[in-house]
Design a protein around this ligand. Structure first.
Ligand code: AMP
Ligand code: MG
Length: 516
């Protein structure tokens, strides 16, 4: 492999002075150098060829021993010096102090076709930030991260990506439901790829520790490398940075809503400064359009990270980011102005996105009030979100009977009949608008906005169950399928169907713990 190694992050920012690998509080630094822990018997289970190409890895090199050794953590690539980042975060609304890359190790940065990429192993052993845990990851959660981050990319949602999935040959002890039944599981490593893995928490920890000089260095670094259009780093560009991160974050949430994704752990350490989906843990996909649904068992009581609350939390998290960067701005008003506009900005973006899902033009015929009534109906009648929107493109304003029949099939409610009248009225009103608007490309727009295939919770679980038995074919089948989520792929239609009965209460399909 011939990669253009670039150590911009570690060369620009202060390193932890201690180089031994033991758990500690790190002060006055943005990262600690640390090598991956070698694993026993790495096997390459899957690779994303387009990600390899993006970062400058030749297709033939993917087959090499060096590829497997480097991306299983068994070999350090020449001229690179792996490191773990220092960050803090608010977890479930409370400041948790230092967190950091407890089981992520950044191998190196590359520049390919003028674009910077950081390649990071998740699950390659302990770092100074591992706290009480082991730095490892199990196959189950690694399959979920690998498939979902690639699925999100192909859906067009901003996300970190995944280069490859490797099983380590080592056993990892996990108590999946936190009920005292710990069991050994297969260990695995995902190589994640992003222009940068900097999170809100990287800034927060520096502010919390009073390391204001370093905070400024990190902000300057972020602007120079990832927001160069903001110009020279100064107070004005710091304010603009917050504004742009806010825009990207709001856009991200609306994109999640478009495809029905629930992150599940929107702690500030899991919020990317680039507005990417990051850290795929107990995430889930909305099936019956329930805004109160959270996939995360740890969040079951408060439902802080429920589908319908993601925008509120994103805004709350942006307040924490602004607070962290405030010490180098020292002026509240411009920040308050940015943060104060976010709720309206979100509402508008959400409304526009939903109009697009409905294949409607923004001419006032379908008002925000109509939208909230409609969302309420979707939710009350427990409508499968993905099937509903995809199929709505078939409606032409006249074939009401046919559409109503399919809608009743897409509902999870056992009393759907009681909503038939409401749906019938809704279809007539909506049908009138589409007839009035008479848009040429309505079906195409809808089919490019409403995916046919998403990684339903039970689908990932089928791939995991097979992988646990040594059959990796379902991982590949889903990977191939989800590379074209908007294409019909009729031979794959079985994956475009409602959640099966057996998946309703199965662990991994309806609720997930953070244990990974
Ligand atoms: P999360 O909310 O799952 O992204 O993780 C919160 C923090 O816990 C981060 O600092 C992670 O690096 C750390 N963490 C999670 N799992 C492990 C693990 N198995 N070993 C070490 N650190 C971990
Ligand atoms: Mg995290």
């Amino acid at each position: 492999m011939q990669l253009h190694i670039n150590n911009a992050f570690t060369e620009s920012l202060p390193a932890d002075k201690i180089s031994d690998n033991y758990v500690r509080q790190v002060k006055g630094a943005c990262f600690s150098f640390v090598n991956p822990t070698p694993c026993t018997e790495p096997v390459l289970l899957h690779i994303a060829p387009d990600v390899a190409e993006n970062v400058g890895i030749d297709p033939v090199d993917v087959e090499s021993k060096q590829f497997l050794d480097v991306f299983s953590g068994n070999e350090i690539y020449p001229n690179s010096k792996p490191y773990a980042m220092c960050y803090g975060g608010h977890q479930f609304g409370h400041w948790a102090g230092q967190l950091g890359d407890g089981r992520a190790i950044n191998l190196f940065e590359t520049v390919h076709n003028g674009k910077p990429w950081t390649l990071q192993l998740k699950g390659a052993g302990m770092t100074p930030y591992s706290r009480h845990a082991d730095g490892l990851a199990v196959l189950r959660s690694s399959v979920r991260e690998y498939l979902c981050s690639e699925a999100m990319y192909h859906l067009g949602v901003p996300t970190t990506r995944a280069l490859c999935l490797v099983s380590t040959g080592d056993q990892v002890l996990r108590d999946v439901m936190y009920n005292g039944n710990a069991q050994n599981e297969k260990g695995a490593i995902v190589c994640r790829v992003a222009p940068s893995f900097i999170r809100f928490g990287n800034f927060q920890i520096l502010a919390a520790n009073g390391d204001i000089d370093i905070l400024q260095q990190l902000v300057d670094y972020t602007i120079a490398n990832f927001f160069p259009h903001l110009g020279v780093p100064n107070k004005e560009s710091y304010i603009q940075l917050i504004s742009e991160v806010a825009d990207r974050t709001i856009n991200l949430i609306v994109e999640w809503e478009r495809v029905g994704f629930v992150h599940g752990v929107m702690n500030t350490d899991n919020m990317s400064i680039l507005g990417l989906t990051i850290d795929y843990g107990p995430y889930g996909w909305i099936e019956d359009y329930n805004p109160d649904w959270t996939p995360n068992t740890t969040d079951a009581r408060d439902k802080r990270y429920r589908f319908g609350n993601q925008a509120n939390i994103a805004i709350w998290n942006l307040y924490q980011l602004a607070n962290a960067i405030y010490p180098i701005i020292n002026e509240a008003e411009p920040l308050e102005n940015i943060l104060g506009r976010l709720r309206d900005q979100y509402e508008t973006a959400h409304y526009k996105m939903m109009l697009k899902k409905l294949g409607l033009e923004d001419d006032g015929q379908f008002s925000p009030n109509n939208l909230s009534d409609f969302e309420h109906l979707l939710s009350k009648s427990e409508m499968d979100m993905t099937l509903f929107f995809r199929n709505l493109a078939q409606y032409n304003g006249k074939n009401n009977f046919e559409i109503l029949e399919t809608l009743s099939e897409y509902s999870y409610a056992n009393n759907f009949d009681q909503y038939l009248g409401l749906w019938s009225n809704w279809l007539s009103d909506y049908g009138q608008i589409i007839i009035n608007q008479n848009l040429q490309n309505r079906t195409e727009t809808m089919n490019a906005t409403n995916p046919k295939y998403v990684l339903r919770n039970y689908m990932a679980q089928i791939a995991i169950d097979a992988a646990d038995k040594g059959d990796y074919s379902v991982i590949d089948e889903l990977y191939q399928l989800l590379m074209q989520p908007y294409a019909e792929q009729n031979h794959m239609s079985k994956w475009a169907s409602k959640r099966p009965e057996w998946a309703l209460n199965k662990v991994g399909c309806s609720m997930l713990s953070c244990s990974s």
